[in-house]
Design a protein. Structure first.
Length: 135
């Protein structure tokens, strides 16, 4: 069998500080939300459309993201889409699509007193947690 193409690249800014936790199997999981802006012209006006995406990273990448990222920080995420499905307490089927990051680039943070802050950092997912480690 062959996997279908499932790849995404997205840039934006964190809307809140990331949350790092360990699964019962001992895998690190970092979750954060990203706001991505799109500007377009409509009736001679520049309009802004903002989309919000939930991102998760695993293992070493999760720990690095948890250590480095803060609300407002810009990132570029390369990963894949994943759909979670469940049945809520009322018996209704629910689903949510999120991005599982395999590579994260941290956009520069500029500080007046820190010349090195303008350098670009990046981290890459080395291994993915098994499916049973999700919750």
């Amino acid at each position: 069998m062959m996997n279908n193409l499932n790849s995404i690249i997205i840039e934006g800014n964190l809307v809140r500080d990331p949350l790092v936790k360990s699964t019962p199997n001992g895998h690190q999981l970092c979750s954060f939300a990203l706001a991505s802006n799109r500007f377009f012209r409509q009736n001679e006006q520049t309009e802004k459309e903002v989309s919000f995406f939930d991102i998760e990273t695993w293992s070493k990448l999760a720990q690095t993201c948890g250590d480095v990222l803060k609300k407002g920080r810009g990132v570029r995420v390369v990963g894949r889409l994943k759909q979670d499905r469940w049945t809520d307490n009322a018996g209704k089927n629910q689903s949510k699509i999120k991005i599982v990051a395999e590579h994260v680039e941290f956009k520069p943070v500029f500080k007046k007193d820190d010349e090195a802050a303008g350098q670009r950092d990046e981290a890459t997912q080395e291994e993915e947690a098994p499916a049973e480690a999700l919750f």
